[in-house]
Design a protein around this ligand. Structure first.
Ligand SMILES: *[C@@H]1O[C@H](CO)[C@@H](O)[C@H](O)[C@H]1NC(C)=O
Ligand SMILES: *[C@@H]1O[C@H](CO)[C@@H](O)[C@H](O)[C@H]1NC(C)=O
Length: 372
């Protein structure tokens, strides 16, 4: 056979015998164990290096402006109506336009976003975030009734007063109507071929669970948003921002998916410490990283809060844009994976409740009316 022939022409048969005996010596346990150990340590070292090379990168976000009116300095957030302006979509042409004159603005916008992703540099992606603020909750009414000062120093710490509860605040009838307005706005834009969200995330606080339910009612079956702990409002002190248990959430919204690792009870809320703005920004950055790393969807919906949405806008470099209760804002976000360590954020410590300046028990709309 060919092999045998080959062996036969190997020269220096005897020296190969010598190598055999060296090999036999190397195979003895006292030699092989240290060698194995050494190799293992070396390998582990290389793997750790590879791991740290892999993790030494981070996601950097920016807002791609020019697509929505909310991006423009000339748009006044206090007067802006997302319903009558097609969610703020600007009528314009795009690079990706082809000569299909029947296509709606939203259809062309969708093609533009998908083209941006198709042609994106490695490590770069684009998503459109449709962020909705919950409708009016009982805590919103109470804060305006008592005034922010008395609310922050006294009333927000209680579960409610004799007639109203605002612990994990629910939507008022006005708040439910605002969510129905959002539902109508989505229905109208669907007729205009708006790219409908491919995935849905919702804060675990009741007012958001309910807002999302009404907003997307009848538009997607089954509606199964993912409940995300990190999407909640500023944490601590205010009982309206203390969530209900996991079992209570799934009993009220059995179709909702609760993210893995979501604790039965609210472990984050603290009766005496309230999260700082910078800590909230860092938390929402972590939430965005989770979504951008694990979700391939290009059109995504978040149902959240004034403070949480303010933090997302801050993280993606969007101008400040305060939403009315029930308001919706779309933002086109670019995420780039950047090599190196993520620049450190300065995180302020949590704050304690402010001291009351006046008597909070004398605060309240009816008393103010009597005084006037
Ligand atoms: C954009 O175009 C639509 C349909 O042509 C129109 O209804 C809408 O008012 C326009 N929006 C703006 C901001 O010009
Ligand atoms: C409780 O607060 C609500 C506002 O949230 C107010 O309308 C109501 O009058 C208050 N109840 C009492 C007994 O003061």
């Amino acid at each position: 056979m060919y092999h045998d022939d080959n062996n036969n022409i190997q020269p220096q048969y005897s020296s190969s015998n010598k190598r055999d005996s060296v090999a036999r010596r190397i195979c003895r346990a006292e030699v092989i164990i240290p060698i194995l150990l050494f190799t293992t340590i070396l390998l582990a070292g290389f793997m750790a290096m590879g791991e740290s090379l892999k993790t030494a990168s981070y996601l950097r976000y920016s807002t791609v402006t020019g697509y929505f009116l909310q991006d423009e300095e000339s748009t006044d957030p206090t007067k802006f109506d997302y319903v009558s302006t097609n969610f703020g979509l600007i009528n314009r042409t795009y690079d990706s336009d082809i000569n299909d004159f029947d296509a709606t603005q939203w259809q062309r916008f969708e093609r533009q976003v998908r083209a941006l992703n198709r042609h994106a540099a490695p490590g770069t992606q684009y998503k459109v975030l449709f962020m909705g603020r919950h409708g009016e909750g009982f805590h919103n009414v109470a804060e305006s009734w008592y005034g922010t000062e008395a609310w922050d120093c006294y009333w927000s710490l209680l579960d409610g007063n004799e007639t109203t509860s605002w612990s994990d605040a629910r939507l008022t009838p006005v708040g439910q109507t605002q969510a129905q307005t959002a539902n109508q706005a989505w229905r109208t834009q669907l007729k205009n071929q708006i790219p409908f969200p491919e995935s849905f995330y919702v804060s675990p606080l009741n007012r958001c669970l309910q807002t999302a339910f009404i907003t997307f009612d009848g538009l997607v079956e089954p509606f199964r948003p993912v409940v995300k702990e990190l999407l909640r409002e500023t944490i601590g002190i205010h009982t309206c921002d203390r969530r209900s248990s996991k079992s209570a959430i799934s009993a009220e919204y059995p179709a909702y998916k609760i993210e893995p690792g979501f604790s039965e009870n609210d472990e984050l809320w603290d009766a005496e410490l309230r999260e700082s703005d910078s800590a909230q920004d860092a938390r929402l950055k972590k939430f965005l990283d989770d979504v951008f790393v694990h979700d391939d969807s290009q059109f995504v919906s978040f149902t959240a809060h004034s403070g949480a949405i303010t933090s997302v806008l801050q993280v993606v470099g969007h101008r400040q844009f305060g939403l009315q209760t029930g308001g919706v804002i779309p933002v086109l976000v670019k995420a780039e994976r950047v090599a190196g360590e993520e620049p450190e954020r300065k995180i302020e410590p949590p704050t304690r409740k402010p001291e009351c300046k006046g008597d909070p028990l004398k605060a309240g709309g009816s008393i103010r009316m009597l005084l006037n």
